[in-house]
Design a protein around this ligand. Structure first.
Ligand code: SF4
Length: 109
């Protein structure tokens, strides 16, 4: 590949845009891809942080989960896979009684 051919390829990757002031700006495709990659990386990091926060404590209200402080049909929070001893839940917010129950009860494996 000679120098002129390389230059032509670089120019073919340039995208001409106009900003709001009417000034012409050249933005390379590589620059756009680099920016998109950085933005995607930030989104992944935000998602991971959000997932970690969700794993630590639930955000659903007790009312939305139909939580009750007592057991139902022998099912108790301390037998649920989402229960976090001593008194919290991965799904439901607030203090969770080990003897409680909600409609999202999942048998601990
Ligand atoms: S039954 Fe499970 S999901 Fe529902 S509040 Fe108790 S521990 Fe959380």
């Amino acid at each position: 590949m000679d120098e002129d051919q390389h230059m032509d390829e670089d120019k073919s990757e340039e995208i001409a845009t106009k900003d709001s002031g009417g000034l012409k700006t050249d933005v390379s495709r590589r620059g756009l891809l680099r920016g998109a990659t950085i933005a995607a990386g930030g989104a992944v990091m935000f998602s991971a942080a959000f997932a970690t926060q969700q794993a630590q404590a639930g955000n659903m209200t007790q009312q939305a989960a139909a939580y009750q402080p007592g057991p139902k049909d022998g099912k108790r929070c301390d037998g649920c896979s989402l229960f976090q001893a001593p008194s919290s839940c991965k799904l439901v917010a607030g203090t969770i009684d080990p003897a409680g129950w909600c409609r999202f009860w999942v048998k601990k494996s």
